[in-house]
Ligand binder design. Sequence first.
Ligand code: ATP
Length: 371
Amino acid sequence: MVSSSNSIHVAVLPGDGIGREVIEPCLAAFDVLAGRIGGFSLHYEMLEAGATVYAETGAALPDDVVKRAEVADVMVLGAMGLPHIRYPDGREIAPQIDLREIFELFAGVRPVKTFPGFPVPLSDPKARSVDFVLIRESTEGLFASRGKTDMTGDDEARETMVITRKASERLFDFAFAYTRSRCERLGTPGKLTCVDKANVFGSFAFFRKIFDERAEGFPGIATDHRYVDATALAMLRNPWDFDVLVTENMFGDILSDAGAALMGGMGMAPSADIGMKHALFQPCHGTAPDIIGTGRANPTAMFLSGAMMLDWLGERYNSDKLAEAGRLLDAAVRDAFAPGDLKPCEVGGDAGLTEIAGRVLDNLKGLGFRR
Ligand code: ATP
């Protein structure tokens, strides 16, 4: 909990690969904001987990790391997993997924919002103003079978989709409340779309039924349903029509990478994993083994996830200062790209971590943006 001195205990899990690289400038940004805005301070507890820790100790997520993270006010994570370090059954090390389950971080919030001045893959001018949010259930769905594959010799592998009423109700209640506060903020009517495959699977018909039941508690918010395949098509054809989408774990995993592509790449896409008691903020991307140590890692997604963290803390602790810090960090990142000359490697440019982070931190230090 935040103490009387407004000092916030942040559990920092840098993880592996470029996770370790992008987290440093993000912490630097928090410190600049705390110094400039005042009224709060952050203290960091560095916690080691991930593939490298697994290789060294045999435990990917040591018990004491979970205990320390549990008493923190919030968690921030770089990225975890490396393709050459695996469990004996061949799966990659993914403690970030364990953390979602342990702390019941059921709502994976993934904003898809393009940046002024930044190249986008779709040619329609409307693609420059895409702004929607994907909410991914993060504790069950097809991921519930993770690590429990039912193998029959070398002939058959079975994994089971799990949709429970409890997890679905809390997911939809969160998604409706999120949509309501987003439309109040943006001054838009607000629409929540349930993405499923209810035409084929009973589990998704159940998911959709619970969505419709929970919608009755939020009469001001328009709703609709889309099948996941039709959603994939629309994400490439008319993504500017979406507002908030809510879906199952595996579908959310896949669609959120498509969302990242709409923004210009994995390095641009932030995320938050929210539960009733805990929250964790991390970029959508992984450890990017192909660019570790090259200086090419784009810290934008990490900065934006950090902005989401400050915003969440502001709401949780009723602090205007923290909320202001979140808004400023988000604005500083968007302003850094506005002139159009900052092009990360993913879009064919040569701006790497130092240049992008430098631009954002300079913006924050001056708190006077170019626009
Ligand atoms: P995972 O499989 O866990 O998702 P990954 O790093 O292999 O992890 P992605 O995160 O999907 O996969 O990233 C795919 C590729 O996108 C990376 O290999 C890298 O080339 C690029 N990429 C991802 N994040 C960044 C980033 N922050 N900056 C620059 N390039 C990135």
